[in-house]
Design a protein around this ligand. Sequence first.
Ligand code: AGP
Length: 634
Amino acid sequence: MCGIVGYAGTAPANGTSTAAGHQALDVLMEGLRRLEYRGYDSAGVAVVANGEIAMRKKAGKLANLTAELAASPLPDSMTGIGHTRWATHGGPTDKNAHPHVVDDGRLAVIHNGIIENYAPLKAELVYQGHTFISDTDTEVAAVLLGEIYRSLPADESADGARLTRAMQLASQRLEGAFTLLAAHAAHPGTVVASRRNSPLVVGLGDGENFLGSDVSGFIDYTRRAVELGQDQVVTITAATVAITDFRGEPAEGREYLVDWDAAAAEKDGFPSFMEKEIHDQPEAVAQTLLGRSDIDGKLTLDEMRIDADVLKTVNKIIVLACGTSAYAGQVAKYAIEHWCRIPTEVELSHEFRYRDPIVDDKTLIVSLSQSGETMDTLMAVRYAREQGAKTVAICNTNGSTIPRESDAVLYTHAGPEIAVASTKAFLAQITAAYLLGLYLAQLRGNLFQGQIKDVLADLAKVPAKIAQVLENDQQIKDLARSMADTSSVLFLGRHVGFPVAMEGALKLKELAYIHAEGFAAGELKHGPIALIEEGQPVIVVVPSPRGRDSLHSKVVSNIQEVRARGAKTIVIAEEGDESVRAHAEHVFYIPETTTLLAPLLATVPLQIFACELAMAKGYDVDQPRNLAKSVTVE
Ligand code: AGP
């Protein structure tokens, strides 16, 4: 989820910005500033000037690049590309920052996405004699593009037809998700780009044209945009925009007028980062799944640097996390135990080391942390390592402290999560934890490969199902707004629905400052049912009727129990489950999926409910009171 900008302008007469064009660097830095929310591990720019590529890049925030440019300015130019990185392959360092410059310094490339087949391509290019500087999949794409470019006949065309052809051919070789931008010293007025499974938008100017990972990359210069389709290549010059497919056949983009202001553009047009990130969830799950299995469906977790023989001896798993991440761990526990038959405990990090836990070299610690900086979890991981345990970090922030201090890491690829209350990271954490569980089951032989492929196939359908829930969110939004004066809400769930109920309650607490409590539905009769009185809202997460029948029927009974005592019952159920209608004032249906994958869908209406109710109360859903995005103190 990186930020990308490209620019091709008309050379101004006197070397300064004129109506006909801007200095490429000014456009690039303004665009990167607006795109920094998409990634801020590192940033870089490259321009074409005086027959050369001039490039600067720095790890860290955009300010570091700005300082670098002040100390070592770039020459004037009308053509350039820029990038802010959210690291996936390779840590956030100077050498891993984009652009990557290859072909004897004449070709600069930037990339957003994950190239799944970078390893075999890299081996092929090494065999051809190429060497690599970085640990990134992007450099592999850059070297491949340079190799193909050199193999094509030279051309004197002003629009860089040779670079366009090279991009088309290179794109045919790449698998996974990518938006690539390239600029070449031999084509001073041209930027070429390609996209598959990763966004790219063209900005149409007057005597200048732009590229962006989203419109905020060029919103300050034009509101005329063209959205590119799947598997398309676009070549921009100051005066032209040419779109083709990967074979070189002419293609069309969708032209539209951007009606957002610049601030809204950074949120993809949503009023808040919270709403944007709720809607990012299909991509967050899809990106987390990407590149984690080979063409035979075998899981390949290349960041898992714990020896397979060690993982085979593991006889206990302890998940360490806080808050929403701990609820993700509780969901994952059901799946990991079911698939791997390894006892799995989920511990709140801040409780773990004070209870004198039983940890040894056969214990696998799995930490879950969006930020990778939560001090409670970091201290718990350190404690477990001192006891001899192996540690795996599931984390959304590349290069953060917890992964750095762990034996292995499994990054979620949800992209930067700006809103303080966690949403897309929660779904991505569950997805990554499921991949870890399936990997262990594959390694230890608990599941047949066909069973693993079936789960992966079901997981692959989840992003579209999340999108379906998001497309039908008006009913739950209307209910939330009608409940703005509610003073308390109870949430019930069983099995994997129990941590979902807990997470739904936490969202409502965090965003709407309403007392909310999640319970295991079976626990109701052991005390909490005393809370039920006339009109008490109770949200119930109902498992699929196609799953364990006892689970479903017991939860329906729980709904009847609270309804009989006056509760206002609000039910999340699977499409087609008519059995709940008679007992619910409101039913919100989610698409069919397997019991273990249901949390990835059932959570979404609860997030929307909490967000909408908070907005109805006029609260700031991005920065709720008293909260911090990362709790870096114990
Ligand atoms: C999530 O909505 C909360 N803001 C909070 O509970 C968060 O999940 C918790 O602090 C853990 O953060 P981490 O995932 O960055 O470790």
